[in-house]
Design a protein around this ligand. Structure first.
Ligand code: M6R
Length: 596
């Protein structure tokens, strides 16, 4: 999704902005641009990669500037529609994330008043509104302009005749980085890690005035806000590739550490006050999108098994429009970014219904974290690849923790049972390492998928959602059409599609579904589908029906989604790599989907 960076300080703004934009690339974008106050206002923007800007821009001297990566919503990806936008006098520049819903009416009104528009975007009305309301104070002009606007925004503006950057936020993230003699504004901290570890999160309704020496945040009433800065614990190395060919692979390999960090402390406190939730909720609803939705589906099996309470799972984009049943389950919003528009809207709806809301998110200071009643941070570290990997496995950890906690509160689990599962959970990093040590086997097994047009992923029970996740990963990064299916459903339709050209990836672990899975695999083999089975070490029976077998270590069935997940992530990764796909930045996708 779009990214913002703004800089005021002694450094060359051009360098800081381009560096910041590069670090925001992971959010997904189709065009990028910068505006720098040098000799006048200098704007450079273009469709395509940021590297194009690097090579096409002349050297500009200036210490104040804003930059933007755009992911098209209103108006196609093009140079004209790229941010920043400037006013008719070429004195003010604006960048914006979010959507101005009433932009067409505003555009007509401003055009009638003589303003000239150069793009198809909603954002451009903002710069003309600033021009209209400017009376010598840019922040005051911004406040007046935003009174005319309906929609959501993180908006940042500057003028040629001042050394100030101003900003405002509504439902789109914005954070100030505090340096020494320099200050930065960005849509996320990744863009500022090179310069500072001190951050001030801007809240909805607030406006900001930022110069090299001073940052002032004002609330809705225009009173100065006093807020303690937070320390960003992520390092620049955390956000870089560290020798791996792709961020996705690096992040897959970071899973043992990420899982360990997510459990750290929380597992020890599971039977103590103040852990996760303090009430015995009679039911749980998990609400999420995409990969987080799959983690929630696994969560249903986990929480029902451990806490013995009913769990429902809903897509955030559906939940927000449903009428509600009048019941008030613990409502858990699962979102790695904490910025997904549908999940945020669902959280607001859950609160409106009177539910206790808990967010499971990876991003400290994200919008969801500030809006819900309580938060569990997954501690996976920054995830740059668009495909969610380590945030998924740490979401699974959150589900185990929640299941254990509710199981304890409801007395559905005894202390010994909790201790025994906790100790198995503590071994998860080691099991995941075991899978990673055999990544080359997974790599070899993907040869049968590379040329396929369609692939089916089959699983049963707790491993059915993991196979949905496998199919999503494969689609997302290799562009091969893939479908995840509960294996028992095969005979109700999809069997008609199976033949020698349609490979099947099947999870078959030794739990109570083993025999049934073996029969399903045999059914597909009878239709000549090439079979890549994922099963346990030493499973000769499975090997006999599969064309390839990738093995995972034996763990308690309830924990099997963890090693299995790593295998399906690797399958998607190696298949995409063999097909030469842009793994970290798949076409049409963004890391954080802040539009609905
Ligand atoms: O940030 P969120 O977890 O709310 O994101 C939800 C989905 O957009 C996300 O999981 C998406 O499906 C991933 N790109 C999948 O890898």
């Amino acid at each position: 999704m779009c990214g913002i960076i703004g800089y005021a300080g002694p450094r060359n703004a051009q360098e800081v902005l381009l560096d910041g934009l590069r670090r925001l690339e992971y959010r997904g974008y189709d065009s990028a641009g910068v505006a720098i106050v040098g000799s006048g206002l200098q704007v450079f923007k273009d469709k395509g990669e940021i590297s194009k800007l690097y090579t096409s821009m002349p050297e500009i001297r200036g210490n104040l500037g804003v930059g933007h990566t755009r992911w098209a919503t209103c108006g196609k990806p093009s140079k004209q529609n790229a941010h920043p936008f400037v006013d008719c006098t070429n004195q003010t520049a604006v960048v914006h994330n979010g959507i101005i819903e009433n932009y067409q009416a505003l555009r007509k009104q401003l055009t009638d008043e003589g303003h000239k528009f150069t793009s198809e975007t909603d954002t451009e009305v903002l710069v003309h509104l600033l021009e209209k309301h400017y009376r010598g104070n840019l922040r005051a002009a911004l406040i007046s302009a935003l009174k005319e606007v309906k929609g959501t925004y993180a908006v940042v503006a500057l003028r040629t005749d001042s050394n100030e950057i101003v900003a405002a936020r509504k439902e789109n993230p914005l954070v100030v980085g505090l340096g020494v003699g320099e200050n930065i504004l960005a849509s996320d901290v990744t863009a500022m890690l090179n310069y500072t570890q001190k951050a001030l999160y801007v809240m909805d309704g607030e406006t900001v005035s930022l110069t090299a020496d001073k940052v002032t945040i004002y609330d809705r009433n225009n009173d100065v806000v006093v807020r303690e800065p937070s320390t960003i614990s992520w390092t620049i190395e955390d956000a870089q590739k560290g020798g791996f060919e792709h961020y996705m692979l690096k992040e897959i390999y970071e899973q043992p550490t990420a899982i360990h960090n997510s459990l750290l402390g929380s597992l020890d406190e599971i039977m103590s006050e103040g852990s996760l939730v303090d009430q015995d909720f009679g039911a749980v609803k998990l609400v999420a999108c995409g990969t987080s939705y799959h983690a929630s589906m696994v969560g249903k099996y986990i929480i029902e098994a451990l806490a013995k309470i009913p769990v429902t799972v809903e897509l955030a984009s559906e939940y927000r429009y449903s009428p509600g049943t009048g019941e008030n389950p613990l409502t858990v919003m699962v979102t790695q970014s904490g910025e997904t528009a549908d999940t945020l809207a669902a959280a607001r709806e859950a609160k409106r219904r009177g539910c206790h809301t808990l967010a499971v998110t990876n991003v400290v200071g994200s919008t969801i974290a500030r809006e819900v009643d309580s938060v569990f941070y997954t501690k996976a570290g920054p995830e740059i690849g668009v495909a969610a990997t380590k945030t998924y496995s740490t979401q699974l950890m959150a589900m185990y923790l929640l299941g254990l906690r509710l199981g304890y509160l409801r007395k559905a689990m005894g202390r010994d049972e909790i201790r025994s599962l906790s100790s198995e959970l503590r071994s998860m990093p080691q099991y995941v390492r075991g899978v990673l040590d055999r990544a080359s086997e997974v790599d070899d097994s993907t040869d049968m998928l590379v040329e396929a047009r369609d692939v089916f992923f089959l699983g049963r029970n707790i491993n059915y959602p993991t196979m949905l996740e496998g199919a999503l990963k494969l689609k997302e990064i290799s562009y091969i059409h893939a479908e995840g299916y509960a294996a028992g459903e095969l005979k109700h339709g999809p069997l008609a599609l199976l033949d020698a050209s349609t490979p099947v990836v099947a999870a078959c672990i030794k739990d109570h579904t083993y025999e049934k899975m073996l029969s399903n695999i045999s059914e597909t083999a009878a239709r000549d589908s090439p079979i890549l089975a994922i099963g346990e070490e030493g499973d000769e029976e499975l090997l006999a029906v599969a064309d390839k077998l990738v093995t995972i270590p034996h763990v308690a069935p309830i924990l099997s989604p963890v090693p299995l997940t790593v295998v399906v992530q690797l399958i998607a990764y190696y298949a995409a790599k063999k097909r030469g796909c842009p793994i970290d930045k798949p076409r049409n996708l963004a890391k954080s989907v802040t539009v609905d």
